[in-house]
Design a protein around this ligand. Structure first.
Ligand SMILES: Cc1cc2nc3c(=O)[nH]c(=O)nc-3n(C[C@H](O)[C@H](O)[C@H](O)COP(=O)(O)OP(=O)(O)OC[C@H]3O[C@@H](n4cnc5c(N)ncnc54)[C@H](O)[C@@H]3O)c2cc1C
Length: 501
């Protein structure tokens, strides 16, 4: 039996906590926020439930296995994500790759050759990644079962590696440049898929996820976090909410505990299931344990982009909202205007960018008061936009946040007419809000940069390492993999549990 401290109760920390407590270790989970969940948390306001940020998860095989291993499979219902894609050029329900292909071909008949070439690449990428989806990950098993779970990787691996080599360093923007004239709407459609300048591997995963394996937690993500937290405590674990860890303590080159609120807690292992940069740049009591070059790399590494979210409680009944939404989510792409995501000085960014509308009450009416509905609007957001969102000047920050909320609500009226007059509750979150609530650097939504030219980890985008230069300090968060996400956080948790034994 080992004494283990885990920092952070996101999906990674909670999963590691459950797995390790079940093995009989003495586990204490520290969370700075007042509720567990991190990016997979939600909140209630005036009878409306909102996801704080993350609306859905991919890789049902990974999640199902996790819930079964922990013993809460019967407590978490999932429901397929239902998306409609709208632009001035198309309006379709995105259920299959053929839906997408047909919509693009109908909207842009003049780009037939480009579309043929592009879709041939997508088919190739999807085929090579298909054997890996809908399945648990090999690290979720032990012994012979682990070997069996590795089989798809052994069989499809060489082909995957060849494709990976062929696309090395290539981004969705490169792909759009190859097949479509720059500055055209069709170029914009393909350049804007996923994260800005996302790697080609991400593109294969994107289409497979969208069409086969993307899920909401029907009762809200907070239900998942609460079920994990309860199971952890049932297994004898200690959950300390409102307990920020201020220091990771070391002795003789190894982690030996943490300090929180002036109190020291000893441990045989410390699992950092929170922000990677803070772990080394702020929490570690002896940064000299990490080679200077590695520290510099951590300092400089770019993180994934942030998001701006609007939360709306509406007087509109679900049936009426459904008539205009036609799906749980609407992805709106203007496919026009001159947008440079990397330009923080573009004051009109939110008047031109694409955005998503998501109604949780359409997924599950119990998530809003009887006869009412809810809507979230999300747009990818530059962190350093407008002088860092006027960080440091409270009033200017609030005014900017309100202005962006109003701009997005007004633009959303193109999909939901009369939206503004139905608002009963409204709030918003900027990348700074996410940074404040989760501690993730710059409000990074999914670990490091998704641009393969800005890699933090050597090797493939799917490589994962939980060990650190500090003995007995492990990484148990999504930051264990280049592109983060829920499956990476879960993978980190299993790897930590295996390492500790
Ligand atoms: C808008 C949005 C959409 C997303 N969509 C998807 C998606 O579709 N699919 C997908 O797979 N992923 C998605 N993600 C990413 C995914 O949600 C995250 O990668 C994942 O949930 C991160 O889990 P985690 O356990 O690594 O860390 P986090 O969820 O970041 O949790 C870290 C926890 O640590 C706590 N903490 C931080 N510092 C300290 C400290 N010093 N002391 C104590 N506690 C501390 C925080 O309060 C937080 O609770 C999305 C994220 C966002 C924001």
């Amino acid at each position: 039996m080992k004494k283990i401290v885990i920092i952070g109760s996101g999906i990674g920390g909670l999963t590691a906590a459950c797995l390790l407590a079940k093995k009989g270790h003495r586990v204490t989970l520290f969370e700075s926020h007042s509720a567990p969940g991190g990016y997979t948390a939600g909140f209630w306001k005036k009878g409306f439930y909102f996801e704080s940020g993350t609306l859905a998860y991919e890789s049902s095989g990974v999640m199902d296995k996790t819930l079964a291993d922990i013993g809460i499979a019967d407590q978490v219902r999932r429901i397929r994500k239902k998306d409609r894609w709208v632009s001035p050029y198309f309006d379709f329900e995105f259920r299959t790759l053929d839906d997408f292909k047909t919509a693009a071909r109908t909207a842009f008949p003049e780009s037939k050759a480009g579309l043929d070439g592009y879709f041939a690449e997508i088919d190739k990428l999807s085929a090579v990644m298909e054997p890996f989806i809908l399945k648990p990950m090999p690290m979720q098993f032990a012994g012979l079962k682990a070997l069996r779970a590795t089989l798809p990787y052994i069989l499809a691996g060489p082909k995957y590696l060849r494709i990976q080599k062929a696309y090395k360093g290539k981004t969705v923007l490169d792909m759009a440049d190859t097949f479509f004239p720059k500055g055209t709407p069709v170029h914009r459609l393909f350049a804007d898929i996923g994260y800005p300048e996302m790697g080609m591997e991400g593109l294969g995963g994107f289409f497979l996820t969208m069409t086969k394996d993307y899920w909401h937690v029907a009762d809200g993500m907070q239900r998942l976090a609460d079920a994990l937290a309860a199971k952890f405590q049932d297994a004898g674990g200690t959950l300390k909410l409102r307990s920020r860890v201020d220091k990771i303590l070391t002795a003789g080159g190894a982690a030996v505990g943490i300090e929180s609120g002036g109190v020291r807690f000893e441990a045989d292992f410390v699992i950092s299931a929170c922000d990677y940069k803070s772990t080394f740049l702020n929490l570690l009591d002896n940064p000299a344990l990490v080679p200077a070059a590695q520290m510099e790399k951590i300092r400089r590494a770019e993180v994934s982009e942030g998001v701006f979210t609007v939360y709306l409680g509406l007087s509109t009944p679900n049936a009426e909202l459904e008539r205009s939404m036609k799906a749980y989510s609407v992805n709106y792409s203007p496919l026009g205007g001159n947008i440079d995501f990397a330009d923080p000085g573009d004051a009109d960014y939110f008047a031109k960018c694409g955005f998503g509308l998501h109604s949780l009450s359409l997924i599950n009416p119990a998530l809003a008061p009887e006869g009412k509905s809810s809507l979230m609007i999300q747009a990818m957001s530059p962190y350093r936009w407008q002088d860092n969102w006027h960080k440091g000047d409270r009033e200017a920050y609030r005014a900017l946040k309100d202005k962006v909320r109003e701009v997005l609500v007004e633009r959303a009226e193109a999909i939901v007419p009369g939206l503004r007059s139905a608002i009963e509750f409204q709030d918003a979150a900027t990348p700074l809000t996410y940074e404040r609530y989760t501690g993730n650097t710059d409000g990074a939504t999914s670990a490091w940069s998704w641009n393969p030219r800005k890699k933090f980890y050597e090797g493939g985008m799917s490589k994962m390492t939980v060990a650190t230069p500090v003995r007995n300090l492990l990484i148990g968060s999504c930051w264990v993999g280049q592109i983060g996400g829920i499956p990476s956080a879960i993978a980190a948790a299993y790897l930590c549990a295996k390492k500790i034994g």
